[in-house]
Design a protein. Structure first.
Length: 105
């Protein structure tokens, strides 16, 4: 699993039948800053994920990737490699909050 920020969406009018009706998002993974360990920083990579929770642009989400992405009831029969499995409220590292959805971070 990893933390990511929703940066966009994907529209595909032609796709396999099992994917019809599933929302696709572009996300950028984040990691804990190696130097200060007091913030999340982008990795510079992007992924397309299936969203079953209704995440919005700019939200921080929890992503599951690989064969595990097909282990939710909503995705078990989909040909996918990544899915949003959580909307992040807060990230704490060593007792310090480094991200909160209540902030403008």
């Amino acid at each position: 699993m990893f933390v990511a920020k929703v940066t966009g969406s994907v529209v595909a009018t032609q796709k396999v039948a099992s994917m019809t009706g599933h929302k696709l998002l572009v996300v950028e993974p984040y990691r804990v800053d190696d130097k200060s360990r007091d913030s999340l920083v982008p990795t510079g990579r992007t992924f397309v994920v299936v969203d079953t929770l209704g995440a919005g642009l700019g939200e921080m989400v929890l992503i599951c990737q690989g064969s595990s992405a097909r282990l939710t009831p909503e995705t078990e029969k989909l040909p996918i490699d990544a899915v949003v499995i959580g909307l992040i409220d807060q990230v704490d590292i060593r007792g310090k909050t480094i991200f909160s959805s209540r902030d403008d971070s």
